[in-house]
Ligand binder design. Structure first.
Ligand SMILES: Cc1cc2nc3c(=O)[nH]c(=O)nc-3n(C[C@H](O)[C@H](O)[C@H](O)COP(=O)(O)O)c2cc1C
Length: 265
């Protein structure tokens, strides 16, 4: 089915809105025609339709939107989540994590490519085993790859202090995956994980980017041991990772940042 015809009052809102590939919607004698091969399934046509006449077979109608929050409330929401480095031992229940990662489906992605899925490493013991594999892999790679030398410092510190430094004692990890042929895997994973990190405090959870781990895990030249450990399908690759758990820390205040710099031309 290449075309989807809709009879409607022809207000033109969807024709105007259909952005990246305007010809995906054309007008007909009594309505519009959607070319489903050209459509990127962004859902804008359904979302702008003032009369709810558009039924898009690939983009079902979603709930009506609330008004945006006041700017002060939005800024407080966006500024509040901190990188959490102290966690309670117990992980979050799977239903809570499902609710959390679900928000990762909603950020904007170039040409609406989406395509990020998740693998949850569920439990301290498994996270610790992944930490051990990370250290072993890094120590093997460092002599041949001077760009990884700084990983040695954190591995030595972790050993000397007996403190978990790679995953900070988190009981769970959210690993973002994409197909090996995905055109924009890293950007999409980063936007998805950012949404997840922002959502986490609303579910009583905290997150922290697993940047040390990402150094190896998102680099396909180094990541094979992790694919094996995580039993990834042959076509899947790691594109990002977040620690997650119930925080064992309470932040009372927002934090400062560098002053704003803006130039105008
Ligand atoms: C891409 C990225 C990788 C990071 N990797 C780590 C990491 O491996 N370990 C860690 O403790 N924090 C990590 N962080 C957290 C940063 O240190 C943190 O965002 C920064 O200090 C500001 O603190 P805040 O997130 O609480 O505002 C990472 C952050 C980002 C964005």
């Amino acid at each position: 089915m290449k075309f989807h015809d809709i009879s409607c009052s022809q207000c033109g809102a969807c024709l105007k809105e259909c952005g990246p590939l305007r010809e995906a919607i054309t007008s007909t004698d009594n309505g519009i025609r959607i070319d489903l091969d050209l459509c990127i399934t962004c859902g804008h046509c359904v979302a702008v339709c003032p009369t709810d006449e558009i039924e898009h077979p690939l983009s079902p109608r979603q709930p009506l939107m609330d008004k945006p929050p006041a700017p002060e409330a939005a800024a407080m929401f966006l500024r509040s989540p901190r990188s959490v480095r102290c966690y309670k031992n117990e992980g979050a229940p799977r239903e809570t994590l499902l609710r959390l990662v679900d928000i990762g489906r909603y950020p904007q992605t170039g040409i609406n490519t989406q395509g990020i899925s998740y693998l949850v490493v569920d439990g301290r013991e498994k996270v610790e085993a992944l930490n051990a594999l990370f250290c072993e892999t890094a120590l093997k790679l460092i002599p041949e790859h001077p760009e990884l030398a700084r990983l040695k410092e954190v591995i030595e510190l972790q050993k000397a202090r007996g403190e978990e430094r790679i995953f900070r004692g988190a009981p769970q990890l959210i690993i973002a995956l994409a197909d090996k042929d995905h055109p924009r895997p890293r950007e999409n994973a980063q936007f998805s994980l950012t949404f997840i990190a922002l959502m986490a405090p609303t579910l009583g959870l905290g997150t922290c980017w697993a940047g040390y781990f990402e150094n190896l895990a998102v680099n396909d030249s180094f990541a094979a041991p992790f694919w094996k450990f995580l039993r990834l399908a042959e076509n899947m690759r790691i594109r990002g990772a977040l620690m997650v758990g119930v925080p064992d820390v309470h932040f009372r205040r927002l934090v400062a940042r560098n002053p704003l710099k803006v130039e105008w031309r």
